[in-house]
Design a protein around this ligand. Sequence first.
Ligand code: ZN
Ligand code: ZN
Ligand code: ZN
Length: 393
Amino acid sequence: VTTIEARRGIPAARYVERLSRAARLVGERGAAAMLVGVGPDLRYLTGYAAMPLERLTMLVLVADGAPRLVVPRLEAAAARRSPAFEAGGVEMLTWEETDDPHALVARIVRDNPAGAASADGAARIAVSDRLWASHLLRLQRAIPGRAFESATSILRELRMTKDEDEVALLTLAAEAADRVVARIVAARLVGRTEADVASEVRERLLVEGHEVAEFAIVASGPNSASPHHEASDRVIAAGEPIVLDIGGALDGYGSDITRTLWVTGPGGVGPDEEFLRLFGLVRDAQRAATDAVRPGIPAEALDAVARQIITAGGYGPQFFHRLGHGIGLEGHEDPYLVAGNAEPVGAGSAFSIEPGIYVDGRYGARIEDIVVCGKDGPVVLNQAPRDLYVVSG
Ligand code: ZN
Ligand code: ZN
Ligand code: ZN
């Protein structure tokens, strides 16, 4: 049960801080402006979860200048309810149906002394990753002669380091997902289709406080060997595993948990020796990688800790995806725990740890938790037991 207190979310003043830090970074990085379209970056900076539309909504952050939110007239009421606007952190400019909003953005960029006065006129324009190409192409025409780059280079550091309120929301989301797992493993499974179980998962995620149930992977029998199998019309039988990987968003912040079940059925058909062995390797790899989390460890080193255990057990080629992904306002975001990413993991970053083994045509297993890198080590947000759930189903 979530209390009002626990669900206070992100205080409005936090958005004002984020906006001013971002504007400062725009200047420090030598960019003329950062243009943030609808999406997670806009939500991070303003609390405004706008609908992506052909009508342009755009936060314009000029170097060291006042943040401005360009909004279509008919969206203005919704934009005014955003915490950043309510806290006085952003000035709103509305445009009418016959106005050219891309020209309006160009004018704001040009009128800013920092933007206009860059000696060679070559100061770059940073653009949020989720901005539609249709908007970007018009902006490039409206602001000629500037190089455009991804705003992620500026925003990723801010977004990767979760503050305590963000961690609180991730924790609530994880706890809600844990409760859904507990209900599903206790439910009848044999004889139901994967799709039926998946729709129960989605319903329960909403009942437990998520505003959206984003995915419900119910992979039974041979389907469990496919990491991103969604849910099909396959009927769950006795004597086979189920990989259950579910998640959604609660107050904008994601949940993502995987547990592996073995359904014995009334006849009590338990897991075979090989399955127990590969599950044990996944369990050991998941635990060891989690224990290795501490500030400063390279992201790829965490992947290596898990991979070494699974490889030594003889299943290296059957663990063919990265160890994990960051999570926050997006289900998959920086940092990625993958070979080749030598970037150190920072305190406050949140990510999944989800090794798996997939034996094609037979079965597979995966365990996934969301973990926050604390100052002294891992803070594991999911608490649902990680052992193989052997259920009669
Ligand atoms: Zn995934
Ligand atoms: Zn997952
Ligand atoms: Zn995941």
